[in-house]
Each structure stands twice: as structure tokens, then as C-alpha cells.
Design a protein around this ligand. Sequence first.
Ligand SMILES: [Zn+2]
Ligand SMILES: [Zn+2]
Length: 592
Amino acid sequence: MSKAKTGRKSNSRQDKPKSGHSGKAHPHRDGLIMVPLGGCGEIGMNLTMYGVEGKWLMVDCGMTFADENLPGVDIVVPDPTYAEAEAEDIEGLVITHGHEDHLGAVHHLWRRFRCPVYATPFAAELLMGKFKEAGIEDDVDLRIVRDEGPLQIGPFRVTLIGLTHSTLEMMALAIETPHGTLLHTGDWKFDATPMLGPSSDEDALRAWADKGVRALICDSTNVFSPGVSGSEGDVRDELTEIVKGRKDGRVIVTTFASNVARLESVAHAAKESGRHFALVGRSLWKFYEAARKVGYLADMAEPLNDKEAAAMPRDKVLLLCTGCQGEPRGAMARIANDDHPQISLAKGDLVVFSSKIIPGNDRTLYQLHNRLALNEIDVVTEKHRGVHVSGHPSRDELRRMYDIVKPEMVIPVHGEARHLIEQADFSVRECGVAESYVVLNGDMLQLGPGTPKKVGEVPVGRLAVDASGLVLTAAAMLQDRRRLSHNGAAMIVLVVDEDSELIEDPRISLIGIAEGAEEKELLAGADRAIERELGKINGRRPADDDAIAQAAVRALRKVVRQANGRRPITECEVVRLEEGERVAADKWKEAV
Ligand SMILES: [Zn+2]
Ligand SMILES: [Zn+2]
């Protein structure tokens, strides 16, 4: 076994490549290069670049969700600085499938590299909606591809291989290059009964194995899960049995909106149990309509909308809702909070969470479960019964993939560092793969010819999608927001005369710092401290506005810090009134 850990992270922009190619080193001109700009060291925002003969193929361009460290930001995308610098040599972007972590950044970043985009009909349908939102639908060269044969994209010959996953049309890529063939799996599982779309094309995988696969670039999401991920077919049976067993009351199922097979399974369960099927929530309708438009779900009766469902007898309807992660704006949370305009729940109704709890959402979801339980609504989750399966391979499936493809090496992607390292170990130690390499975002790995080696690093990082555009996540504005959310803010207005004496008491407002008696006490203390501080700096000559403001900010922050440990963002405005204005102001004050 030879295993190289090439990883480390860089999230700086200071080493941003100069625009154009003059004077730039060209390590990528030699051999076959892989550079992940996202998805290696995190689950989400996948973006991988493959280089050969100075040309690039980009695979996927996804987003991820911001956590509480980025207040006011929902979506984060990979910093495309490197792709931007190489833009003229990027021959194409191939999208493996329609999940947001694979295509959700294209419309935010495409202007930076402007290459043709290849996607299957379903993914293209989803992309088109996003392009329209971004106003680039007429600019992007979007090429819809099926598994009709290899695509020649610059020096890369790319063949799509259909694999099963938790959404439609997941395509692995066989990428033929002069230095060997790469098999980039995308997200996948082995599912003999996927319910919608074909099973994983194992014959195609075997055919590539016969020709020889240099490297398997493989999904690591569930590398810690033993066994297999389970089948959508079994979920359909379980859901059907559960719903058939409920004679009274409403039944609500919630799941990931992009899982179209699951949507069809819930519709099936409705039909089998004599209930009408309804969809509640915008994103479910979006995926339903995209699937219909490209030819899926043709035999399904049009679902009821929430209004129509609300008018049905409670025991005659099965509702599929968005918000399986307890998202506050999702239908499920609104219904549970009795805050949905159409749909409500009553004692004895049933809610089925046909989904897993994504780490980080546990607290929100348990609160939601508790609320439902307190209202005597029955709750079924994947913990109780087989109402959910993952779309990613567990260990037995990974092993089977290595056995089929017989790669010279495995390169784990789609995982945090611990997932990547685990798959690297698992593939070599337990499954007999000759080599594995851990690559982190920004690492430039030469995969051939010869022994793979790290040949460079490129700048990587994260951009926040903010109302004002794309912002570096280290930006001062976002740091301010973080501080605001942790420490609150304070505003001081001081009105002084020409001698820098206070004309009236400081006006202080505290935001998110204290309340009630504590706030009153703080305000009084700050008042005294500011006056004291100004007395100190007003020496023989009156202090200027800046000195006054700084002294006041210092005094207030000290009072707050001593009182409750917070360090609020504090601003002070000094209003200086001349003699005449002061007289006028006094008169005006007397008048009101
Ligand atoms: Zn996926
Ligand atoms: Zn994914």
C-alpha cells in the first residue's frame, strides 16, 4: 500500500493568480491533473477540475447551506478564483445530477468561466429555472445529453453511466484521457428496485473495468455505514403498509423534494389506501413539474394542491409536504406550528418523516417531533420503521463497486476529511485496492503518468450568496453580522457645544444587549461613564469630534463588558451645535 495524504486547506485570496496566462507557471500542462475546488473536506458544494494538455474539464458546480456562523446568509458556493483564471482553457462543465450540492452554484458562478454546460434532461430542466432567475438563460450554452455515446469535450472523451441515487438521472462519468481513464462516480448507490429510472448500469461499469480504470473518484458520504443503503422498493412497501393501516385522520408524509421516486411511492401509497394524493410546498411542485416535463410520472394523476386537500374529508387524503428537516419556512414546520394557511393537524393524525436527520438539524427536528407528540399526533421516523433509505453507498456497496471497476487507485471525494480518510483506508486495507489518495480542496494532484503526486496548490475558499451578490465569507461585513448576532449593538448620540461640553445627557440605544431592569441600570452606568470620560479628555483645549466619539465608545463598551461580558458593535455620532444653533435649539425645546 502506498498512501499519500496530500491535503491541507487554504482559504486565502491573497495568492490569487494574475489574470491571463503570461508569466504563470503551468504545472497542469503535464500529465493528468485533478483539482477539487469544493466537496473534498466538506459534504456539499462539489466542484472538481480535471486537466490534460493545458485544458480543463469541470465536473459539477454545487452549493452548500450556510451555518449559524454566517448570519443573514443562506447559501455558500466555492470560490471560483482558480477556475476564473483558467477560464479560457475550460472546455466544459458536466453536471452529474440535479442535486443542489452538484448544480446549485452554476447560475451564481457561470459568468466567471462561461463554458458550455452539459446536463441530462432532468438536471437541465432544473438548471434552466435557475438560469432564468439569474438572467443568463440566453447566454449559457446548455447542452442536453443522454447516454447516447461519448462526448468529446476538448481532449476529454466523456461517457455517461447511469447509477441509482436519491434523485433522477444520476450519471457517473468515464473520462478517457491520454493518461488513462477516470471513473468519477458522482453520488450513487446500488438499488435493484429504484422504482423510477433504471438500476445502476453494472454492465457498463464492467466494460470500463475490462478496458482499465486508472482511478475511481468515489462518493464517501456513507463510508461509516455498514452493510447496504437499502432500496426505494422496500420504502414504497413500508409506506404503503403504514398508510393502509390508518383508517382515520389525516396522513402527512414529508421527504426531500428532489427524491422523485419517493414522491411516486407516496402517491402509490395514497392510491392503495383509497386516499387522494396532495403536494404541499413550492419545491415539491418544482421537482414534480420538472420530472413531468421530461417524461416521468406520466401515469400519475395530477396531485391536489393544499387548498383542494384541505377541502377533502380528513381520512381521504394523503399529503406530501416539504420541510422534512424542520426548516422554519417549510410546510411541515408551519403545519406543526398551526401556521399554515390551508393545512392543520388534529389529535390522532399521523406524520411520517420519510427522511434522515441531517446532522445539525437534530435540535430543530426534535422540537418539531415534541410539538406533534404533545398535540397527540402520531409520528413515524426512520428510527421506527423502514421509511427512508439513503442515496449514498454504504461499505458493502463501496466494496462491490471496487470489485466491479477494479481501479488502479481510489480517490475519495464527497466527504469531510474523516470520510475521505476512512474511504482511503477502507479501500486499501479491507478491499484490496492497490492505492488510494486523499485530496483536499485546492490540492493539485497529478494522477499520471507515473506515481501520483501533489504538484501544487490553488486558492480555494467559500463565497456567501448575499443579497448584494457574492461575498467572501471572511468579509468584514459578515464578521460584523457575526459579532452583531453574538454581542448586539449600541448607538450613542452626543450633542456638544463649541467647548465640547455636553449640552444634554448622552442618548444611548442598546440592541440585543440587555433588557428590563438590567438595561436601565446599564444605560445609567453608561451615561455616567461617558460623562466622566469626556471630562477627562476635555483639557485646556476642547477635544475634537473623533476624540469625543472614541472616548464615549470606550466608556460604553467597558460598562457593558463589565456588566455582562458582551462586546457590542458600538457607534457614536457627535452633533456639535454652535452658539446660535444652541440658542435656537433651546428655544425650540421650550416651545415643544
Ligand atoms: Zn446527490
Ligand atoms: Zn451530493
